[in-house]
Design a protein around this ligand. Sequence first.
Ligand code: SP5
Ligand code: ZN
Length: 340
Amino acid sequence: MPVVWSDRCLLHEPLEEIWVGVPTPAAETPARALAIRDALDARMVEAEPHPDEALLAVHDGELLAYLASAWQEWEGAELPDDPGQGRVVPYVFAHRELGARRTPTAVWARPGWFAYDTMTLVGPGTWEAARAAADAALTAVDLVVAGEPVAYACTRPPGHHVTRSAYGGSCYLNNSAIAASALLDGVEGPVAVLDIDAHHGNGTQEIFRGRDDVRTGSVHVDPGAGWFPHFLGFADESDGANLNLPLAPGSGDEPWLEAVAELARWAAGAAGLVVALGVDAAATDPESPLTASPAAFREAGRLLGELSVPTVVVQEGGYDLGTLGELVRSALLGLEEGRA
Ligand code: SP5
Ligand code: ZN
């Protein structure tokens, strides 16, 4: 299957994630994309620029405008010199009970209107990389609408935690949601987004909440057991067009694959499929307590491939550089086997 790639996705260098107020090394690094590319020997296709309309179908224009200029305004306010913060990061948040009515004017307060955590930093290349990732997802949609059975977009930074107007979870633009919305225009019938990243696809769920033309399903580690995104991903959030399958920490191949199979059964009848392919459910991954094996990723790919509808695969998480490429390769091989 074609692999959609852009060198611009390498330009985002978050350097750090601020967790409980402490700077820790970033897990979502440019090396991730290179590790995936090195493991794949498929045909590479360059991501084509797409107009903002495709992003505005799922995101608020104010979020796009903010992300496009956030670094420049931060640098312009000389915050990298005083107090010495070289990345855009919030220190206040527009909590729901504030009843906030407008975006702040202070450059150092503005991130708190748009960001919902301190782990998702913006630097000089962030916007260009996030925009390129969205272009990669949209190029994969174009390929599938033109007749490719499956296309894979090597998107980075990832996207599934971004809502209509708020970013977080190492994500800036919701590439999977952008792809689903574009795919909906190219197929006859509803589209399903099935998210097998170890973390709940909260942004995608909320973007499509209440719609019956895009169904969202996610298998992930139980947020109630203490895992990101903490506030969402519970089984009782379904509005009929949504299915959440939270798993206990430590869950391995059997429960994980049973959940993937349930997602696939639930999505049957969709005219198009977006797979939000995070591989951080792997036992080797440092960011999640799920314990799936490489073989399970191949089987998960098979189960999703058996749906045999036009399919766009969008890269989400996966943080162990030693196994990341092989895990993605296994999942993509499985997808091709499932369709055969
Ligand atoms: C796309 C994706 O997989 N996003 C997941 C982001 C979850 N990050 C939450 C990390 C929580 C604290 N980790 C402590 C280690 C800090 N380096
Ligand atoms: Zn994840």
